[in-house]
Design a protein around this ligand. Structure first.
Ligand code: IPE
Ligand code: IPE
Ligand code: MG
Length: 236
């Protein structure tokens, strides 16, 4: 089992369009897939689940779609946090949160506080998140510290990673992207260095526990070498 699974939840719009429904219907069914994925991950004993909900670049979508997604975020928090509390899920939201509406930020704070004592599954929702934003904000923190304490020599990979939004979690073991595209779309750029990448053509609203189990079985077959050789080398 992977300790940390990260997911790029893509394909809501195409799911809706294929059914001649408005894109909104796809996003709303996407929330159902989020709920089931959280439940299945908790059941399978996965420690960390990180979901890409809204990217830095998604602000470029039409205003109506952006505000719909924000409203959906608000209503999901209102409806689902009680369930998370009961299920033992700790929730965090990371990203450029100062660009979100105050009401949404308040609900995020409340959800984080209400679930802060939970330990079964650590859920992180990436909202207004971009991998480049994350790297830049970490760098900014390090520069400020170096200016105070003097010297850039102390900055190594560990110090850098400590400034990133997911500093509390190990790097993802498995990345799942649904919706058929084979790209990272500015998700966790630093943290994916040695992650196993699983791309599925299934559209996010159709991604159920069977799909997740298929991805987990695929992961179990991977041989992770981290640059080393596979077996003890007997001859060169
Ligand atoms: C993913 O689905 C949800 C978000 C990016 C917010 P899309 O909205 O990207 O769906 P497609 O890719 O257009 O089908
Ligand atoms: C990636 O999906 C972002 C999220 C799932 C939140 P996009 O639909 O925004 O990605 P691109 O634009 O196709 O790369
Ligand atoms: Mg998309």
């Amino acid at each position: 089992m992977p300790r940390h699974v990260a997911v790029i939840m893509d394909g809501n719009g195409r799911w809706a369009t294929a059914r001649r429904l408005p894109r909104a219907a796809g996003h709303s069914r996407g929330v159902d897939a989020v709920r089931s994925t959280i439940e299945t991950c908790a059941q399978r004993g996965i420690e960390f689940l990180t979901l890409f909900a809204f990217s830095s670049e998604n602000w470029r979508r039409p205003t109506e779609e952006v505000s719909l997604l924000m409203r959906l975020f608000v209503s999901s928090l209102q409806r689902e946090v009680g369930r998370l509390v009961e299920a033992g899920v700790r929730m965090r939201v990371v990203g450029q949160l100062d660009s979100l509406e105050p009401e949404l930020r308040r609900l995020i704070d409340e959800a984080e506080q209400r679930t802060a004592g939970n330990q079964r599954l650590q859920l992180t929702v990436c909202a207004s998140y971009g991998g480049r934003w994350d790297i830049v904000q970490a760098a900014r923190g390090l520069v400020q510290r170096a200016a105070r304490e003097g010297g850039a020599e102390q900055i190594g990979e560990e110090e850098f990673a400590a400034g990133l939004a997911l500093s509390f979690a190990p790097d993802p073991d498995l990345l799942i992207r649904t919706g058929g595209e084979r790209r990272i779309s500015n998700f966790l750029l630093w943290q994916l260095a040695y992650t196993e990448l699983y791309f599925s053509d299934v559209l996010w609203p159709d991604f159920d526990s069977d799909q997740l189990d298929t991805a987990l079985r695929w992961f179990a077959q991977r041989e992770r070498r981290f640059g080393r050789v596979a077996k003890p080398v007997t001859r060169l």
